[in-house]
Design a binder for this molecule. Structure first.
Ligand code: PEP
Length: 258
């Protein structure tokens, strides 16, 4: 079984100096953590500086986005190969802020997953419903569609490094998290879909993590669920103490990662 994954999404925050300060503190706080995988997704401009600070620490690097293309005349874009070159292991794909502000569709997400795998990056694929969709009883249909289209064309041998992140849009940056039971229901449905699509042997280690106002106060309840394999953390990842407490969530016998 793979270790749980706790990833911090810094979004468009931090100068290089701020990022360095944050990582220096975080690195002390998570020193010796071995049972959890820790990743941070700083802005592109800081990654090169931070890669030297995380050496000999459990912290890995993630990109917040990538181009569908490898190189060429695509002004403003950053490719998966470039992210690999600067030391990233992971890349976040299809975050709801990219879907909302940059018109990313499930089809774009699909292309970006292929681009990430081509470059040797592990994709963290975000899905999640809006509040209208939840209130309309469409949550499971929406996330299943996003996964089906996003992962179209992938074979069973290609999904072992893939991470699915369930991030209800209404819970991101709002302080209003989904309950552990609501998340467990969706993760369970996604797990079944992934088994159906790729077979149990290929999909059994695939991690499904939750994002949406994760904080030190609620992480333990999420990680006590059998189908929650980690967290994608926005706001709280900008405070080293809070993020470290999330990384050091309390293990319980119900959670799979005790
Ligand atoms: C996110 O950016 O993916 C996120 C979940 O943000 P927050 O934790 O601030 O809700």
């Amino acid at each position: 079984m793979l270790k749980p994954l706790i990833t911090g999404n810094w979004k468009m925050n931090t100068t290089i100096a701020e990022g360095v300060g944050l990582v220096m503190r975080l690195r002390e706080l998570v020193r010796g953590v071995e049972d959890v995988e820790v990743a941070i997704a700083p802005p592109f401009t800081s990654i090169h500086h931070l890669r030297f600070l995380i050496a000999d620490s459990p912290i890995k690097l993630a990109g917040q986005n990538l181009s569908t293309e490898k190189n060429g005349a695509y002004t403003g874009e950053v490719s998966g190969e470039m992210l690999r070159d600067v030391g990233c292991d992971y890349v976040i794909i299809g975050h709801s802020e990219r879907r909302q502000h940059f018109a990313e569709s499930d089809e774009t997400v699909n292309k970006k997953i292929f681009a990430a795998l081509r470059a040797g990056l592990k994709p963290i694929v975000c899905v999640g419903e809006t509040i209208e969709e939840r209130e309309g009883g469409k949550t499971l249909a929406v996330v299943k569609r996003q996964i089906k289209t996003g992962l179209k064309g992938l074979g069973p041998g290609m999904v072992k490094d893939l991470v699915a992140a369930y991030e209800p849009v209404w819970a991101i940056g709002t302080g209003k998290n989904a309950t552990a039971e609501q998340v467990e229901e969706v993760h369970n449905a996604l797990r079944e879909l992934l088994y159906e699509k790729f077979g149990t042997a290929s999909a059994k280690d695939l991690r499904i993590i939750y994002g949406g106002s994760v904080k030190p106060e609620n992480i333990d309840s999420f990680m006590a669920q059998p189908n929650i394999d980690g967290a994608l953390v926005g706001g709280a990842s900008l405070k080293a103490e809070d993020f470290a407490r999330i990384v050091k969530f309390k293990k319980t016998s119900r959670g799979k990662h005790s």
